[in-house]
Design a protein around this ligand. Sequence first.
Ligand code: DC
Length: 258
Amino acid sequence: MEKANNFYKIQNEFAYKFTRLSRTQKIGIKRIIIAIDGPAASGKSTTARRVALRLGYTYIDTGAMYRAVTLKALLAGVLDDVRREPEHIAVLLQNITIHFEGDSVFLDGQDVTAAIRDNRVSREVSFISSLKPVRDTLMQMQQALGQQGSVVMDGRDIGTVVFPDAELKIFLVADARERAKRRYAELIAKSPKGSTLPDIEQLEEEIKQRDRDDEERQHAPLKKHPDAHEIDTSQLTIEQQVEMVYSLALQTSGNVKL
Ligand code: DC
């Protein structure tokens, strides 16, 4: 049974890569790196995922990697120790593996795609992502994942720290109220009927707090690279954002659709 599963996995991965490759060849785009940074809920991941699909590129959600480390710390019950003595995080990072299969995220071989979106993870991830050993470890993993090109990577420090030479750098922004409304709509869509939801004001406050945490931290703070194209998405639809980034990608790679 396991053999059969592995066979299907290998076959699916092959089909996935093959589709991507033929799509890339069809539009004749070079294997560039596209770095998309910006604050929480600015539309990075949806834009990055759709642009990657259109280009036949791989999408890498680096926020998911910080969330995976946070989940590991929670499961190991070491958060309080790490808060007292940050060097405790090193043990956790020693044998960690994080990999992606399509839209799924795996931590040490386990599928954690849903678990990393848990509220407890969201509350602690700013702290975990402020630790230098965590950033160094994940930066190395991200550089290895992106070294072949043909990737769209989103996060907070991709254009500034992880791939400062990325051929295309995008910085997405949107006003906090608009981002809170988007989060609210997402929560309504995802939550079971009758659940209590935070109101928009509260979400806006949380978003502003995360902006401050990400911008003010000592290591790799959120900031725009001078070469990045800044796009304000407050008044844009997802389709418009995707179109803008996709066009920039075609221009940057010096190719046009064949
Ligand atoms: O994109 P997200 O909200 O899932 O990211 C979760 C957290 O990870 C966010 O608080 C900032 C942090 N992060 C980071 O510090 N650097 C990145 N490249 C990506 C995310």
